[in-house]
Ligand binder design. Structure first.
Ligand code: HEC
Ligand code: HEC
Ligand code: HEC
Ligand code: HEC
Ligand code: HEC
Ligand code: HEC
Ligand code: HEC
Ligand code: HEC
Ligand code: HEC
Ligand code: HEC
Length: 293
């Protein structure tokens, strides 16, 4: 009985010792197999902003790199021995919902790394370059430069209006105009007693270009053409008074006596957004703006 127990104990101990040695051996070989990646690849982790994923080790993403040889062997068919293709690789740790809203930026299909460095970068958010230059890598820069440029476009704040990834609003907008515009422009200045119908309907983009324009105030057309595209009656150019001295000069470039540096135009008398007075006049007795009767 005692010898039986002793033998059993011996077997157990032998097995345990075998297992221990085996594990130890195994651990040693796996250490030997994968050298310290940073020994040779240190530069890629050295920029100012470092991806937190690097702390989890290079094989977190490069699971199929066997670095015992140079060139390294790959144990799968995915480029750079990555564990999966983009964007799935990134979705292992990043919430996919941020990238799969209704409108998806086609740039995502070109890989997250068309905008982000997966390791480290001198720019915030690991960007390969900062907006707007980042955006101009794929979008024609000349479309954002003109006689009048919207200040946030000038300042490269593309992401103050657009999501770089995906959005529930068309054109990747953070919200729809006019709400988008009211993020920066005081809403109350558009809430006069008698609002101009297109403004009340939130059609800011019917009159204004969001990025740049060859016209005053980012208008999509010269003011006369813009206003008369809806108000045909005024398109003859003879509006208000056609007395002995002719009509009001609302078409040809004539200086506006009430606004230095500006030409006469529809907005000399009418507030294009809305007013507290009839006919969208800036004031009661609009003629008093220029005439001393
Ligand atoms: C978050 C996932 C991720 C981690 C972690 C990661 N990499 Fe990468 N790595 C990538 C991706 C994605 C690419 C492909 C880049 C591309 O297509 O432009 C890449 C490419 C590379 C390349 C090819 C050269 C280059 O810069 O494009 C090397 C070398 C490399 N990684 C080494 C490393 C090393 C070393 C580590 C650990 C310090 C590491 N990687 C950690 C995702 C990762
Ligand atoms: C002894 C230096 C050395 C070490 C250590 C090393 N690498 Fe490399 N690595 C290289 C060289 C050299 C290249 C470029 C030649 C090549 O493509 O294999 C390279 C290329 C790569 C590439 C790009 C492969 C491709 O298909 O373009 C990746 C990814 C990479 N290494 C990841 C790693 C990871 C992960 C480790 C750690 C497990 C590691 N390396 C350790 C020297 C090294
Ligand atoms: C292994 C997990 C992991 C993977 C895979 C991963 N990330 Fe990350 N990433 C993180 C963590 C953790 C952070 C820091 C916390 C955060 O901002 O969510 C981070 C942060 C970021 C940031 C913000 C950096 C900053 O400075 O605010 C970007 C951009 C990013 N990752 C891009 C990517 C891209 C692109 C991929 C795929 C190529 C990827 N990540 C794959 C874990 C991961
Ligand atoms: C067209 C360029 C572009 C592409 C492609 C792109 N990103 Fe970004 N990403 C950005 C910009 C720009 C920011 C910074 C946004 C900001 O500052 O408001 C950003 C921010 C991030 C952040 C930080 C989020 C936060 O709120 O701080 C993460 C994480 C991220 N991106 C992951 C990814 C992943 C994963 C992919 C691929 C599915 C991807 N990005 C593709 C441009 C891009
Ligand atoms: C890697 C290339 C690439 C980069 C970088 C890039 N885009 Fe795009 N973007 C595209 C492509 C491709 C389209 C679809 C064709 C087009 O409209 O030009 C697109 C379309 C868009 C659209 C229209 C989306 C729609 O639904 O019609 C907006 C808005 C946009 N991009 C904004 C940006 C902004 C802002 C940046 C910088 C943060 C940026 N893009 C950077 C490739 C890119
Ligand atoms: C003030 C908000 C705002 C800013 C800032 C802004 N955009 Fe836009 N962008 C818009 C609006 C609004 C539209 C939709 C126009 C439309 O539907 O007619 C748009 C449309 C686009 C489109 C699609 C063009 C098309 O004709 O379909 C692209 C691409 C784009 N923007 C890129 C950019 C880039 C790049 C920047 C930075 C240089 C930028 N945007 C800055 C508001 C903005
Ligand atoms: C991120 C902030 C921001 C957003 C969003 C924004 N704007 Fe602006 N906008 C400005 C700033 C700053 C100015 C210059 C100061 C001013 O006139 O209020 C400006 C000026 C303007 C001008 C006068 C330009 C000139 O040359 O006289 C118009 C018109 C304009 N914005 C229309 C819009 C419209 C329409 C929207 C919505 C599609 C919008 N803005 C959204 C910041 C913004
Ligand atoms: C019917 C056309 C029209 C519509 C719709 C319109 N605007 Fe205007 N807007 C103009 C005209 C014309 C001017 C130039 C007025 C002037 O001569 O000073 C202007 C000027 C501006 C200015 C610069 C001067 C100022 O008043 O601060 C801003 C900002 C502006 N608009 C924002 C908006 C926003 C935001 C919306 C939507 C809520 C909008 N506009 C809708 C025609 C329009
Ligand atoms: C997209 C079409 C559209 C554009 C562009 C437009 N309007 Fe209007 N406007 C309307 C509508 C609709 C009304 C309300 C119906 C009406 O009274 O004719 C209106 C009303 C007016 C009124 C008030 C009429 C009254 O009897 O009280 C004036 C004045 C006016 N607009 C001036 C302008 C000026 C100035 C511009 C150019 C800056 C302009 N409109 C651009 C559609 C437009
Ligand atoms: C010198 C000031 C002045 C200018 C400039 C001006 N208007 Fe007027 N507008 C008036 C006066 C005064 C009335 C009311 C009397 C009338 O209908 O003739 C009026 C009335 C209107 C009405 C309402 C018409 C109706 O039947 O009640 C519209 C619409 C209008 N203007 C559009 C325009 C457009 C579009 C422009 C630019 C092409 C313009 N106005 C330029 C002073 C002006």
């Amino acid at each position: 009985m005692q010898t039986k127990l002793l033998n059993l104990l011996k077997i157990i101990m032998a097995a345990a010792s075998f297992l221990l040695t085996f594990e130890f051996f195994n651990l040693q070989t796996s250490f030997a197999e994968q050298p310290d990646c940073l020994m040779c690849h240190e530069p890629l982790s050295k920029e100012k902003v470092v991806h937190a994923a690097l702390q989890m080790g290079c094989p977190t993403c490069h699971s199929a790199i066997d670095a015992t040889d140079i060139p390294h062997k790959k144990t799968n068919k995915i480029a750079k021995g990555l564990s999966s293709d983009q964007p799935d690789l990134c979705y292992d740790c990043h919430d996919k919902s941020m990238f799969s809203k209704k409108v998806i930026h086609p740039a995502l299909g070109m890989g997250c790394t068309s905008c982000h460095n997966p390791h480290s970068s001198k720019n915030n958010k690991l960007l390969v370059s900062e907006p707007p230059d980042l955006c101009y890598n794929c979008h024609d820069k000349t479309k954002f430069n003109g006689k009048t440029v919207h200040p946030p476009v000038m300042g490269g704040m593309c992401t103050s209006c657009h999501s770089p990834h995906s959005s529930d609003t068309e054109k990747l907008l953070l919200s729809k105009p006019p709400a988008l515009c009211f993020n920066c422009h005081d809403k109350t200045t558009f809430e006069q007693r008698k609002p101009h119908m297109p403004v009340a309907s939130g059609l800011c983009l019917t009159c204004h270009a969001p990025h740049m324009s060859g016209n005053l105030a980012l208008l999509v057309k010269p003011m006369f053409d813009l206003c008369t595209s809806c108000h045909k009656t005024q398109s003859s150019g003879t509006h208000v008074l056609a007395g002995p001295r002719g009509s009001h000069p609302i078409k040809q470039g004539t200086p506006d006596p009430s606004r230095t540096g500006r030409d006469m135009g529809c907005s000399s008398c009418h507030n294009p957004h809305g007013a507290d007075f009839d006919k969208l006049f800036y004031q009661q007795g609009i003629y008093k703006k220029c005439h001393k009767y």
